[in-house]
Design a binder for this molecule. Structure first.
Ligand SMILES: NC(=O)c1ccc[n+]([C@@H]2O[C@H](COP(=O)([O-])OP(=O)(O)OC[C@H]3O[C@@H](n4cnc5c(N)ncnc54)[C@H](O)[C@@H]3O)[C@@H](O)[C@H]2O)c1
Length: 374
């Protein structure tokens, strides 16, 4: 069953109640080795639905995480030694889901081992790492896909299809946010308080969405504050950030990330991307599987994928999991590799987003606008 037979400008057909990027027999699927088996466990399970990839290996320092990976996927080889996983010939793609500050070294090591890489967001949390990652990629000739999950949710894929079909005209303003109360995350993963910055960890979702529609960003101006919740957990940098962006085209965007507020999930979704175009507007939401747009008569239309696609995106667990998005970007990347097509966001686009987030941190620190380095 085709959910949107008239809307496949990106060549990404929806089959059944999910997206499909093609299928291969089991023994020809690309092997994925996953490092970091908390969020990476989601990918391990998500790959059961994959048409082009299969999980072959998992790596985590925690014995508990390795055991739980084996319980979910008994065929997978597990280790606590990343170098041993990189040495395996059945690993074609290394997928990285460790704390942000480890990504740069692990990406470089994966390229040096001759592997393609998927790295979760944020790609890295330090713009100074860009050159050595670029150099490792160039030497290896291998490719990287940023696991920018939000882009790969159903409403955001539909929003992109409508944009690429020209139905909202030129995007003039983007208003994107990722707001999420994070006490549970600080308790689960203390590294999120003191080894990264929320301008990378959280803001990477709306910043990537703005860049996706506005193209290269010229300048940013950001303000931040540390919420009472952030202060309670010892946060030394802002956990609520608002940034204004100006694109090289002159179009503008604003991003908001608040990680210490009281959520109103019926009124506002955790992630929203509101596009205001010359011919119409559209709004995509996460975790709600809803997408609003104008039709050709200017009538507001809501597409609601809850009934059709909750099983694929969330496996009927609580909304807020990432199964469908992770499977989408892994299969999308595999299809680009197998067909020798460019992928997005690739390493260069991912690094541009990192430089943009770096400029947001600079503006927070100086109180002035910051130019985004190219
Ligand atoms: N929407 C998304 O795509 C999404 C959602 C949540 C988290 N993330 C990203 O995923 C990454 C991990 O987040 P998380 O919530 O799973 O963190 P976490 O703290 O729950 O898990 C990190 C895991 O990495 C393991 N680990 C740490 N160092 C390691 C090493 N050197 N070798 C092997 N394993 C190691 C830890 O034992 C732990 O199991 C972060 O970069 C985060 O931003 C992305």
């Amino acid at each position: 069953m085709l959910l949107h037979p008239d809307s496949q400008p990106t060549g990404l057909p929806t089959v059944g109640h999910r997206r499909s990027y093609g299928t291969l027999p089991e023994d020809r699927k690309l092997g994925v080795g996953i490092v970091g088996l908390h969020e990476g466990h989601t990918l391990l399970v998500a790959l059961r639905a994959s048409g082009l990839c299969r999980a072959v290996a998992g790596c985590d320092l925690s014995a508990e995480k390795r055991e739980s990976a084996l319980a979910a996927a008994p065929h997978v080889w597990v280790t606590d030694d990343y170098a041993a996983m990189l040495a395996r010939p059945d690993v074609d793609i290394v997928a990285i889901y460790t704390p942000d500050s480890l990504h740069a070294d692990q990406i470089v090591a994966a390229f040096e081992a001759g592997k393609h890489v998927i790295c979760t967001k944020p790609l890295v949390n330090d713009p100074a790492q860009a050159d050595r990652i670029r150099e490792a990629a160039r030497k290896s000739g291998k490719r990287l896909q940023v696991g920018q999950s939000t882009r790969f949710g159903e409403p955001f894929q539909r929003q992109r299809e409508e944009f690429e079909a020209g139905r909202i005209g030129a995007v003039e303003v983007v208003d994107a946010h990722y707001n999420h109360r994070m006490d549970w995350y600080y308790e689960k993963s203390p590294w999120t308080v003191d080894t990264t910055h929320w301008a990378y960890l959280g803001l990477s979702h709306p910043v990537d969405l703005c860049r996706w529609y506005l193209g290269p960003i010229r300048e940013v101006h950001a303000y931040g504050t540390t919420t009472a919740l952030g202060q309670r957990f010892g946060m030394k940098t802002p956990d609520a950030i608002s940034a204004q962006l100006v694109a090289e085209s002159g179009a503008i965007g604003r991003v908001l990330g608040n990680y210490g507020f009281h959520e109103l999930p019926k009124a506002r979704a955790l992630i929203e991307c509101f596009l205001m175009g010359s011919e119409g507007s559209s709004l995509a939401r996460y975790p709600d599987l809803r997408f609003n747009r104008h039709d050709e008569n200017g009538v507001e239309v809501e597409e609601d994928f809850h009934h059709a696609m909750t099983g694929y995106y969330y496996r009927h667990e609580l909304k807020g999991m990432h199964y469908g998005e992770f499977c989408n970007y892994t299969d999308y990347f595999a299809s680009c590799l197998l067909n020798n097509r460019p992928n997005s966001p690739d390493l260069e686009e991912g690094l541009e987003t990192v430089l943009l987030m770096g400029a947001i941190v600079e503006s927070l620190q100086t109180g002035r606008s910051a130019a985004v380095p190219r």
